[in-house]
Design a protein around this ligand. Structure first.
Ligand SMILES: C[S@@+](CC[C@H](N)C(=O)[O-])C[C@H]1O[C@@H](n2cnc3c(N)ncnc32)[C@H](O)[C@@H]1O
Length: 382
């Protein structure tokens, strides 16, 4: 078997999901794993890059580092970028785009300027060598270059994913305020659930949580329905190796139930449509119900709730809704463990249950609490 070269890799994620992502990376064989801020750093070869894109549920994108340097000023930055052996990574006939981030830089006040200087350096490199330059394509680029400037240090990477990995390829129906798939999978993994018990989402909307739960429970890879990754455009793309990676997915036996419920029939229909697309329709029990009336005889189940926050979905009596959630959990779901994600800190107080674990997550730009309530029955407590 040929030995594959090792690279420095960076998997990007949402704030609060770094540790679950690091666990996932360990599971697929990543080495020298280190936690970053909304990122995990690790090492791996091409196989690990393919596995990262195909299996990681909590990564938004996976970057392969190609250059790291310090610079004194913008001119030196440009020269160091132009010095990179770009033809090793793409040809003059492939389109590209640059995504930049800038943190605490004296020389670059914004990421647009960083992208512009990098693009100039790449264009000049190719023009000097080949008499022409590759095109920039912001819509459908074949090569995505990531530039990260922190103070006077620059890391240049190739983005192996392209479109964000939360775009799993199963979502047809959006719903009103759907969770990002990476956040949904992260929430589930943060609870520790991997299919050992029943799972209930009483306010499922377009079904992101129960769908991701079904994929976790049955061992369906995160990338199963995705059509494309930018690493497929790389010169070193090894199709048989990627086929091997896809074949290595292991189905899991799941002996419990996943319930997806919502008060709104058309939201539930959206969830069902998405579930059909993700081939998990018959692995989920759908129920149209107000949580106020929901009865599911379960024990030791995980109940995950993403109620309206009153932000994107306006709600008349938000405090009343949260108070109902607390009441219902306490009196009808004792013996289970509930987790609630919400940015509405004031309304969360109306849940009125003792919080066992408090975490912080971001739903888009909304800072949210992700709280766990252990629902002991009176008997258990005594
Ligand atoms: C923020 S959305 C959930 C979005 C969902 N996580 C997704 O990814 O699409 C909140 C959902 O709660 C539902 N809902 C509101 N009040 C409810 C109630 N009393 N019982 C059940 N569902 C309710 C709404 O219909 C809406 O679909």
């Amino acid at each position: 078997m040929k030995k594959l070269k090792n690279y420095n890799l960076i998997a990007k994620t949402s704030a609060g999901l770094e540790e679950v992502l690091a666990d996932e990376i360990k599971e697929i064989g990543g080495k020298n794993i280190e936690l970053g801020n909304r990122a995990v750093f690790y090492e791996g070869n091409l196989e690990i890059i393919y596995k990262s894109n195909y299996f990681l549920r909590t990564a938004l994108r996976v970057l392969k580092e190609i250059e790291f340097f310090h610079f004194k000023n913008v001119e030196q930055f440009y020269l160091k970028c132009k010095n990179i052996n770009w033809q090793q990574y793409f040809t003059v006939d492939q389109s590209f785009v640059i995504h930049s981030t800038v943190v605490n830089s004296r020389d670059f006040s914004n990421s647009m300027f960083t992208s512009l200087r990098t693009k100039d350096a790449i264009a000049d490199y190719f023009r000097e060598k080949f008499g022409k330059r590759p095109d920039v394509d912001t819509e459908n680029p074949e090569i995505v270059i990531n530039v990260h400037v922190h103070k006077d240090a620059c890391t240049i990477s190739l983005d192996s994913s392209g479109e964000s990995l939360h775009k799993r390829g199963y979502r047809i129906k959006q719903g009103e305020a759907p969770l990002n798939e990476v956040l949904a999978a992260g929430m589930i993994l943060l609870t520790g659930w991997k299919g050992e018990t029943d799972f209930i989402d009483p306010m499922c909307g377009s079904g992101t949580l129960p769908l991701e739960a079904a994929m976790i429970a049955h061992g369906i890879p995160a990338g199963k329905f995705r059509k494309h990754y930018t690493f497929e455009n790389w010169d070193d793309f090894d199709e048989p190796l990627f086929d091997e990676v896809k074949k290595s997915a292991e189905k899991k036996f799941f002996e419990h139930e996943i319930y997806a419920c919502d008060i709104n029939g058309s939201n539930l229909l959206n969830a069902q449509t998405n579930a059909r697309r993700a081939l998990v329709y018959n692995k989920i029990i759908f129920k149209k119900s107000d949580f106020r009336d929901l009865e599911i005889p379960v024990e030791n189940a995980i109940i995950l709730i993403n109620p309206p926050y009153g932000e994107r979905l306006k709600f008349e009596d938000l405090d009343g809704l949260y108070s109902m959630i607390g009441e219902r959990l306490k009196h009808h779901f004792a013996g289970n463990s509930a987790w609630i994600l919400s940015s509405s800190v004031e309304s969360m107080k109306y849940i009125g249950l003792k919080t066992s674990v408090k975490k912080e997550l971001f739903n888009g730009s909304l800072k949210c609490k992700f709280n766990n309530y252990k629902l002991f029955s009176g008997k258990l407590r005594s």
